[in-house]
Design a protein around this ligand. Structure first.
Ligand code: ADP
Ligand code: MG
Length: 319
């Protein structure tokens, strides 16, 4: 299984940012309201994610690093996925190519357990005094796959990706407090409203934008967009979520650009946050292990709804 895990790691864990994405998703799945994220050396030397979620009992902690053990999916559920995780391969993959310490405690247990696993080799569990929740510490990522190590970018490059990835979670979860530490840089995002989170993150008062909400048949689009005058010069900031998952999708991004097309100068870029809600049977999130891509059954319909939603809101706001 070690070889399989390392091969899977190549797919799921492309780079240090992928580790952070998977671990933060797990913390959110565990209903954490506070997540501490510490990163050193661009994530290659250290990624530590500590949460106050529901934690794991001894047996689950042991199983969590095994491939295809997920506590989140029953077979008939495949089209009806409400949690981020469901494949049960992230922890198995990550711990097969790093030196990992997993610590976890559930609420009604007096102490927690700690598990050390190096290159996929699991050491015996140890009881440990700790708070309720889970702390996962990943050191020396890819030490077990030197070929992958060679392709890592510089820490500063990686921090751009990490920030991009975390921004998506910050906007999706304004009610969760995030404490970030990237090397010596510290940033705190206290739990707040979506409005305040937008303001904080995009550095733009939410009055420079508009809220939008449109429902056409069983597709709902909600979100926020900056007014054309408030748009960015250097790069666009588009955040798109489908059924509460941050996703990357060309079609959706092009739809947003299209809706703004005649309203902003060519050298300006839109700044939009869109939450799409689509019946689970009309979208497949199980396309890629990293789960940032989706496949729509009727992409043209989605495109039309997104454009309609944005145009309507822009018009209502005098554009
Ligand atoms: P998945 O998220 O797809 O189920 P993972 O490999 O990411 O697979 O995690 C395996 C299992 O470990 C999860 O199903 C969950 O039961 C447990 N787990 C992982 N991280 C946490 C956490 N932060 N809090 C509680 N349980 C966790
Ligand atoms: Mg997961």
């Amino acid at each position: 299984p070690q070889l399989i895990n390392r091969i899977a790691a190549g797919e799921v864990i492309e780079r240090p940012t992928s580790v952070i994405k998977e671990l933060v998703e797990n913390s959110l799945d565990a209903k954490a309201t506070q997540i501490h994220i510490t990163v050193r050396g661009g994530g290659q030397s250290l990624v530590r994610i500590q949460d106050n979620g529901h934690g794991m009992v001894e047996e689950d902690l042991k199983l969590s690093v095994h491939r295809h053990t997920t506590s989140k999916l029953s077979h008939s559920d495949l089209w009806n996925i409400h949690t981020f995780g469901f494949r049960g391969e992230a922890l198995a993959s990550i711990t097969s190519v790093s030196k990992a310490t997993l610590t976890s405690k559930v609420l009604d247990h007096p102490h927690g357990f700690s598990l050390y696993i190096e290159g996929g080799t699991q050491h015996p569990l140890k009881p440990i005094a700790c708070e309720t929740g889970t702390c996962i510490e990943i050191r020396d990522l890819f030490f077990a796959t030197p070929a992958r190590l060679k392709f890592l970018r510089s820490p500063s490059q990686e921090y751009i990706h990490i920030t991009h990835c975390l921004d998506r979670f910050l906007l999706l979860n304004p009610a969760v407090s995030f404490f970030l530490r990237l090397d010596e840089k510290q940033k705190i995002f206290e739990a707040t409203s979506l409005e305040n989170r937008i303001q904080h993150l995009l550095n733009m008062p939410s009055t420079q934008g508009f809220w939008l909400q449109t429902q056409i048949q069983d597709i709902t689009v909600t979100g926020w967009g900056a007014l054309p005058g408030a748009h960015r010069r250097n790069a666009d900031r588009l955040f798109v979520y489908v059924n509460q998952r941050p996703i990357e999708d060309r079609m959706l991004i092009q739809s947003i650009r299209f809706a703004y097309q005649d309203l902003i100068p060519k050298d300006r870029y839109p700044c939009v946050i869109l939450f799409l809600s689509i019946p689970y049977s009309d979208v497949d999130v199980n396309v890629h292990p990293a789960k940032t891509q989706v496949r729509f059954k009727a992409p043209q319909e989605i495109r039309a709804v997104v454009i309609a939603a944005l145009k309507k809101a822009l018009m209502q706001n005098g554009q």
